[in-house]
Design a protein around this ligand. Sequence first.
Ligand code: KG4
Length: 339
Amino acid sequence: MALILAIESSCDETAVAIIKDGQLLSNIVSTQIEVHRKYGGVMPEIASRLHAENISVVLKEALETANVKLEDIDAFAVTRGPGLIGALHVGLQAAKTLALLYKKPLIPVHHLAGHVYANEYIAPLHFPLLAVVVSGGNTELVLMKDHLQFEIIGETRDDAIGESYDKVARVLGLPYPGGIPIDKLAKEGDHTYNISTPLKGEKTYDFSYSGLKTQVINLVHNLEQRGEQVNVPDMCRSFQDVAVGLVIDRAKRAALEYNVKEVICAGGVSANSYLRSEMKRVMDEIGVEILIPPMWCCTDNAAMIAKVAEHLYERKMFAPLSLGVDPNWRIEDYDKFMN
Ligand code: KG4
């Protein structure tokens, strides 16, 4: 097998990992979260600038931790999309420069495939499986009949679930990223606010979070206009029940319809404690295996990119150095990068 260096810079984490024969030699993540917190969300321009400042430091640390030299690396992998265009550019330019300099292959990796494959650090994947991808930028159900076969069977029609957590948190005066405080406060609250379920009654695997977010924002503004106090824990609980309920409903129906062996969770929102416990309870109930990644795999890192890169390296799926980023890359097109 090969020694692969992977770079991730699609949002607000600059990360480099080095992998050999499935074993991680290093996994360095530099997060910008504190900087973006004061703006209540990720500022794309600042994210790109910080990636440019941090990438060489993170790269150096990853090489030192793994105790390897750049000339020993067999291939350079990088997140090509989806993500913030400027942020993606920094990682891709770094990987292309290294590939050119050391005359080694360039491996473009789909960010969400990375989130899915993060689970391989915990256990081998059992196909057919259903991947429940819930993050700050995406919400989708992906059916996988084998390695690297991705079929989207449902996706959000508007906002991602993580985005709705972040916006709801902002209107409630809670810090970014909003998923964490909402998760915590929801445990102290009751479901007292009347929030309707999006796409109710539709036999779809799609999601919709824009209307849900707007319902909460309007509810909060109406209460404030009437001079009434918002019960923040109750609002968090009411919102979370509906937001996560939608994911559980889709996952359960799809697991049964597609007769999958396993359901795996992926992405930042799979850190949510209610989603984790409900997913486990429901899948146990219908007798489907469930794989819930530990917290370190849920957030962005380059170890997950390295994992996918190993599969692509085996299949010699390399890209020319003329490659560009694709901020809207669909997981089904993960192998279409020969531009
Ligand atoms: O996967 P991720 O790092 O971002 C993308 O690559 O898109 O996920 C970040 C998202 C944020 O929206 C954040 O609010 C949410 O994950 N998040 C959570 C929790 N922890 C992070 N959402 C719900 N509950 C949590 N415990």
